[in-house]
Design a protein around this ligand. Sequence first.
Ligand SMILES: [Zn+2]
Length: 387
Amino acid sequence: METATGPSLDPIAKRVVTRENLSTLAAFCDQKATAVSFGFGCVTTPDSAHREEVIATKRLVQEVIASSAPESAPPARLAKDLEEIVAVAATIRLHPSRLRLVFACGEQDVWQEFDLPSTKRLSFLRVGRRFDLAPLMLALQSVAPYCVTILESGKARAFIVRGTEIQEVSSRLVIEEQSFQADDPRVGWSRHISKGLVEHEKAYFKNLSHQLLQLMSEQQATGLVIGCHEDLWGEVEPQFVHLAKSMMGRFHLPHFDAEPAEVLRLATPISTEAQRTRITAVLCEINEAPSRGAFGVKDVLEALLSGRVQKLVLGRPPEQTIAECKACGHMMAVAGHSCTSCGHAGVWYIAAEEGLIRQALLTDAEILMVEADTATGFSGAAALLRY
Ligand SMILES: [Zn+2]
């Protein structure tokens, strides 16, 4: 059993990011601008001879120090946080294909460390008043759990997938293998089977569908991928009707005893495509009901500030910023000299995507991150409004 080792403040990196973690990170502000956001992810085991992750992290630390305080050393607590982040980088090799994220502020005794499955290479280190949440939101989207089930006549296996990780969970399902007589030559998915067996099999798949629904709810799975023979699907589909809304797609199952890695390889493109389809569907919904939609950073921010956003679709709004009041933190899409909420004269400028994510987290809006290749032609911000 692997154990995560980390700095003394919070020795265990969390494997799950809760809603509460996100709200806390979104609300955080350090007026001294010593909040550190760090992420390092690799998709294979780093080359042990070169300690790539430590070298890269040290370089990031040097760059941050050089750009934030070129003439003087960083404040002691910030320097300590940066030192500890290099120590975290040294443990990354123990967890290949993992993404390590740290949000730290020694000034306010905050150290939040997450250890998630990694789906792509990533490395960043930033220091500022707020935590940088876009990389975390992208990572969470790519590792959102979904369920895979593979089926054969009277048999099923189930898996939970998180990004590049797959875990078989069949033992948690009370799946009884159907008790066909093993020596009955009629038994088999492609052969003629008697009416009694057909009824038995129907009942089996119906029961299975309820258990899958239960499993998905327990695991907060976003959808279901099914692997089976084409000619079995005709029998299964009518029993799975109430799972139709969760269905992400199907693949042809080469053999029931497939290794989990093989199941993952077959399910991944289906889940990627389902994610893309879902984002496209939300963008269509926004397009088709203009009264329930907002487009562009300014309109989306205004809708978020009034708590009306149900779903935020966010790409990388190029070069756009949002003004944030230095005194009360109120965000404004149109830059003015003073805060429209408290009247304070003085604003910071923050990256639009960070401001929108933060406001969405604080108002319980669902966030759909659009990666460059996900929705053609969309790079900004759009929102589906609650009313
Ligand atoms: Zn203000």
